[in-house]
Design a protein around this ligand. Structure first.
Ligand SMILES: Nc1ncnc2c1ncn2[C@@H]1O[C@H](COP(=O)(O)OP(=O)(O)OP(=O)(O)O)[C@@H](O)[C@H]1O
Length: 237
């Protein structure tokens, strides 16, 4: 469990979190859903240690390594697909053959095995984001933070990239903290959804989704009531 308790974070005179608490389960996909500017990215930065909180406790991160997937893929343009992944693995695995096995296995899961020699400027937006997913999963980190990784993609690409994401996640046992403002994305991928609202931010709603992630479809009637509920919670707050 990753636990945040009684956390306070201020930027100058803006209090983003005041006495904020949340428990995040390990080996699951937890989704923080909320409007723009509410504090979602700040929360991930505090959890990952990229920013510091003013008071309160963050427990369960210890020295655990984490990887990040951002809204934009952040690839190295001078390296091909294979080497973009190899670049980050070199710091962890000295054995070239082991790196090769890990890289090819992960590229295969996101359907990029046959694109290993292409450079980022030869990839579509969806391919770039799939590569950033393969890179994040190749790195042996227990925790993955995702900051709106699908929001720059059109609906068709989004569905295909999210499908790649769930396949690759199902092979791992990573704890994922996923932030988004998109209800469809949250309902498609999350084991648990937290809705963040207000200023200072607080959790106004939380829900476990029991349907197996691999069995969900983007336009699934069984999740329609939940989507409606989330829409109401968001518009009421
Ligand atoms: N480094 C900073 N300095 C000053 N204010 C900041 C800083 N980072 C964030 N903020 C403020 O804190 C609040 C929360 O920002 P944050 O980026 O966490 O929101 P968000 O929910 O991730 O929004 P978005 O979905 O638009 O990325 C905003 O009001 C923002 O202006």
């Amino acid at each position: 469990m990753i636990s945040i308790s009684n956390l306070t974070k201020k930027f100058h005179n803006k209090t983003v979190f005041d006495n904020f608490s949340i428990d995040i389960e390990e080996n699951k996909i937890s989704c923080i859903l909320g409007a723009s500017g509410i504090g979602k990215s700040t929360l991930i930065k505090l959890l990952s240690g990229l920013d510091r909180h003013d008071s309160g406790e963050i427990e369960g991160m210890g020295n655990k390594e984490f990887s990040y997937i951002f809204q934009e893929p952040r690839l190295l343009p001078w390296l091909n697909v294979y080497d973009n992944v190899d670049f980050i693995l070199k710091a962890v695995y000295s054995d070239k053959d082991e790196r090769k096995r890990i890289i090819l296995e992960n590229l295969k899961l996101v359907d990029l095995e046959s694109s290993a020699n292409l450079f980022p400027d030869e990839l579509s937006g969806g391919m770039m984001q799939r590569l950033s997913i393969a890179r994040a999963f190749s790195y042996p980190a227990k925790i993955l933070f995702m900051d709106e990784p699908f929001s720059g993609l059109d609906i068709k690409l989004k569905m295909s990239v999210m499908d790649s994401f769930r396949k690759i996640w199902a092979q791992s046992s990573k704890t994922v903290v996923f932030i988004t403002h998109d209800i469809d994305e949250a309902v498609f991928l999350a084991d648990k959804i937290y809705v963040l609202a207000d200023s200072p931010a607080r959790i106004v709603y939380e829900k476990d989704i029991k349907i197996n992630i691999m069995k969900r479809s983007f336009n699934d009637d069984t999740t329609a009531p939940l989507k409606k509920e989330l829409l109401k919670v968001i518009s009421d707050n």
